[in-house]
Design a protein around this ligand. Sequence first.
Ligand code: BGC
Length: 754
Amino acid sequence: MDSRFKTHPWQVIETTLDPQDMRFSESLLSLGNGYMGLRGNLEEDYSGDSHRGTYLGGVWFPDKTRVGWWKIGYPEYFGKAINAMNLIGLHVKVNGQRLDAGKNQVLSFRRVLDMQKGTLSREMRVNIGGGEVTVRALRFVSMNQKNLLAIRYEVACDFPARLEIEAYLDGNVHNEDSNYEETFWDQLDGGADPEGGWILARTKQNPFGTPRFAVAGAFRVETDMSPAGTRRDAGFSAAGFVKDLKAGETAALEKIVAVTTDRDYPMASLTAQARELAQSLAVRGFEHLLEDHEAAWRKKWDLADVEILGNVSAQQGIRFNLFHLFSTYTGEDARLNIGPKGFTGEKYGGATYWDTEAYCFPVILATLGQAAALQLLRYRHQQLPGAYHNARQQGLPGALYPMVTFNGIECHNEWEITFEEIHRNGAIAHAIWYYTAYTGDESYLLNEGLEVLLGIARFWAGRVHENTKTGLYMIHGVTGPNEYENNVNNNWYTNRIAAWCLDFLLEALEGAGNGKAGELGVTDSERARMRDISARMYYPEDMGVFIQHDTFPDKELIPASLIPREERPINQHWSWDRILRSCFIKQGDVLQGLYFLGHLYDRETKRRNFDFYEPMTVHESSLSPCLHSIMASELGCREKAMELYLRTARLDLDNVNRDTADGLHVTSMAGAWLAIAQGFAGMRIADGLSLSPRLPETWEGYAFSFSYRGRIIRLDVNITGGSLRLLKGEPLVIKVNGKETMLEGSYQFLGGKP
Ligand code: BGC
């Protein structure tokens, strides 16, 4: 980890201000509550390099696709989670001199992200206005009241000084990644009074017919300073305060901000709602609001914390990942999903990717519970019409779920890397399978789930072609999960997951009983064709392994260890041409299939494929290391499993891919939990719940709880073995290290073989 940051089990502690690396810190120190979030920006002015970012769940804009060589089927726009109003802003002056850590002499600087409490605090000493000034700030985005962000801000001077603070909201913001430097907001209204202010903004008209979003922000200030006038401008409202401080005296100001959007309230009452909320929350008072917020975080950690004994760096890693995952998604709103960067950055932003189903879903199910996971399934069901639209755009039947979306319609403009990744349909189906196997609840599968599966299966049935020479079905012109090869034929993973989707639908239709197929308009001949496609699907195999795609074996196959260190990551050093021709794999591809469908393959098959592909894998997608760590655990490769766990869990803390400044890798944060639960603890669910816990050599123990079929189960693993405890719910049968047992109360087990 960057030496400015300290390793700590519950905190991320920054000890100096590094102007070269402010963006990195801002990403790490982000806060969110599923409804909104912001980067770790300073409240007051900062003239150094920085990326101010505040984002609201589900508030996005369709930015024009910027290509001059339009082809039929291209997505029309590039959807973006857009930077919203600056909520935290304070202009601070001491004896007329502006507080700006980018210009002032900074004597000391310390920030603490407290992951247990969900707060960001700062203590900073600067030399301005004729002496030493100390700033103490504490803020949170409430986990208890989704509309609320609150700041307590204190300034102390060791000399007599006039302190002026102007608290403001500023809607004049833009996205760093917008095309043509466009802004996305119309400023509609605003107002200020001696104790606060409000603004109302709405996203601009767009030619694509996607909804516009209106957002109101309102704030109230509690302070021992005196009012000093207000300021109003388009998209800007401010209330000023002043105090003449004696030497050693402190002034304190609390800014309580409420945000509402027309996703929840009618446009006409939006500002009134925000203002009333800000008012009533201010009456409750900062201290109580903070208590409520901390209690809400406590409740989350009570169920979801993962404890690691004997390794603080691994401990910090898993908590950091869970903290940001829970800050991004709470499972309360079926219209929201989990963006790869959550509320922490713009690249990939808050759009929905296949990442959700492929990586986050099992974690949400186990840590936030069945109801939260069901919301993610509902999200895709609601977007089924969009998926049908996407397939139609390609001249194909059925439903093609988007690789990137806000509303079900594909909104990413990179054709080969994104659009051709039709494999994403498989992950959507897999989440339905996982949910059903994990919960035992078939009600989603047999209702909405069947509609989704049918759309997906019809897409695959339309996308394959029969090779008349071999009599086998093939899928050409795709990109697999490995984005370092495009437009390949017969990507093993895509072919396999397509056939599996067909089987899954056919089986589910059978399970649904007579009449369901007819109700859905599925004829016997359609079913027969799907069965035939699955039975005669072509799978490339060679050298004793499944082959990534038809021409992969013709490449120069060399291990990634031969790439000079200074050329890693290759995506920042090599031309795209060179990457595409190389054998190097960005993230698991064949192995993604063996992970998803692990219950259908034996250990030897997994080993052969792992040994073949892992050495060529450069793990340059944040989604890659966790999957390989899980497989390495299963195959008994303990060192590899730990190396890749740390790479997953500390990816952002250690800036492993050197891109954390752009935002955190929120979806792959789920992978750290997977690497522990499915990797080290061997959790499998295809055939009832089974665990085969192993203790990594460098740890003294680990423990976590999870929700399963109405129960809460806690697993503790130590040097000699461990225990399982039923914390809530009825006894149940589980398998531990291959042995079936009835779990009532608690069950002790001895350590299994590595
Ligand atoms: C990965 C994709 C992923 C995307 C967003 C890319 O780097 O290759 O699989 O969906 O990031 O996380």
